[in-house]
Design a protein around this ligand. Structure first.
Ligand SMILES: [Zn+2]
Length: 426
């Protein structure tokens, strides 16, 4: 029987850009370091800050806000250049104000302009997620006051019921503001000590708040040699329910979370396209997910991180000049693709008149679902509709098939339910 395997979408390696610590109006880093410094003085007086806690001497020079005009400039540039990914939208950033109620210390027009640019410019290309409620101190959900615990530090291991309630509240605030989110981002290691519970809590919250059966979360980074596949948790195959874990594959070499530590495009990919982390990941054809922090793109108005991004994108385009090797995708699209890949039943069999048939049964739809068959085909039909032959990889898109030697590649938008692929061997 003909062997059938699921390939990368359109035989291209997924690329994605994750933006953390982003929120409307305020610069999270200013509040984060300020609050951390106050907390440290209260609980550990006389102890100098650890490196990861930022430099309190820098607080005075940090901007308190990041303007919506910069978000527009950044979002438009990403849109024009085909970049897709995930953009955090922290729902109660640093406890300054709730996105569904406004920030009382800042002009209402700032929030209005931020909401407009987020929804109209950024959202079409980036999933929006909470990065839990404040990204600084833990909120008491009964009083909505900040406690002295930290979401990312001491509170990585809360009771499961509380974890679910907390993630549900984060999603609900975004929903109230007109943003049914596609998943969540962990501030620091939030949820990392009990990932199975974190995944379940996120899935339950996504179902409860947004009726979303296939969300994702971002918690882990890897700098290892071997890139992992996309882990899928808590799959209920018959119901079409599951949650995907998206891994970042490189450090933040844009402008850091601080917004004062300049990055370097060479760490991602060198000018000769050989060195740096990204070619190593792309060579494995594993999802290549870059991670940066919003304050570092703005960099106090110097836009250092944005300039690094522009250079990295220029080099990635040089690495893949005709766009046949890589494909920019949102985090949610990567999650949906891997669910379809791992949770669909794919059965080849002999059809009538010497035709071959491949039957796909799934509850996990995905765009650009791409199969490889060890058989050269003259034509291919998907549910009776003939696919277009692609002359080359350049031409290969959803709704097309392509033969290379004895292999045939087929790409189509996989629908919920049964799909029948018929092909004539040549
Ligand atoms: Zn963060």
């Amino acid at each position: 029987m003909t062997r059938v395997t699921v390939c990368n979408p359109l035989c291209r390696t997924p690329l994605s850009l994750i933006i953390d610590d982003s929120c409307p109006v305020i610069n999270l880093t200013y509040y984060w370091i300020t609050q951390r410094h106050e907390w440290k003085a209260k609980y550990h007086p006389g102890t100098p800050p650890d490196a990861w806690e930022g430099d309190p001497d820098k607080i005075a020079s940090l901007p308190r806000t990041i303007p919506a005009d910069f978000a527009r400039k950044w979002g438009e540039w990403c849109g024009e250049n085909g970049i897709k990914g995930k953009f955090s939208f922290i729902p109660f950033p640093a406890g300054v104000g709730r996105v569904d109620q406004g920030f009382k210390d800042y002009p209402a027009v700032d929030m209005e302009r931020w909401m407009k640019v987020t929804k109209e410019i950024i959202w079409p290309n980036f999933d929006l997620t909470p990065e839990m409620l404040t990204h600084t101190r833990v909120v008491d959900l009964k009083t909505w006051q900040l406690t002295d615990l930290w979401e990312q530090g001491e509170w990585v291991d809360p009771p499961v019921e509380l974890l679910t309630a907390y993630i549900t509240a984060a999603m609900q605030l975004l929903k109230n503001a007109g943003i049914p989110c596609e998943g969540v981002t962990s501030p620091g290691a939030f949820g990392g000590k009990k990932e199975e519970a974190h995944a379940r809590a996120t899935l339950e919250a996504a179902l409860a708040v947004n009726d979303n059966p296939r969300p994702f979360y971002f918690l882990r980074m890897t700098r290892g040699e071997e890139m992992p596949e996309i882990p899928i948790w808590h799959a209920q195959k018959e119901k079409g329910i599951a949650i995907a874990s998206i891994f970042g594959c490189a450090g933040d070499w844009f402008g850091s979370w601080t917004g004062y530590d300049a990055g370097d495009p060479d760490l991602f990919i060198t000018e000769d396209l050989q060195g740096g982390r990204l070619p190593q990941v792309l060579a494995q054809e594993a999802p290549c997910v870059l991670v940066g922090h919003w304050p570092g793109f703005y960099f106090g108005g110097e836009e250092v991180g944005l300039n690094v991004l522009k250079e990295v994108k220029r080099r990635l385009d040089a690495y893949d000049p005709d766009g046949t090797k890589t494909l920019w995708m949102k985090n949610s699209e990567i999650g949906h693709y891997w669910m379809a890949k791992e949770l669909s039943d794919i059965t080849p069999r002999e059809g009538e008149n010497g035709e071959g048939v491949v039957e796909v049964n799934t509850r996990f739809p995905s765009e650009r679902f791409t199969l490889a068959m060890d058989a050269p085909a003259r034509f291919v039909r998907v549910n009776g509709a003939e696919l277009k032959p692609a002359r080359s990889r350049l031409d290969f898109r959803s709704g097309a098939f392509m033969t290379e030697g004895h292999r045939t590649y087929i790409a189509f938008d996989l629908k919920d339910g049964k799909t029948e692929i018929a092909y004539q061997k040549s």
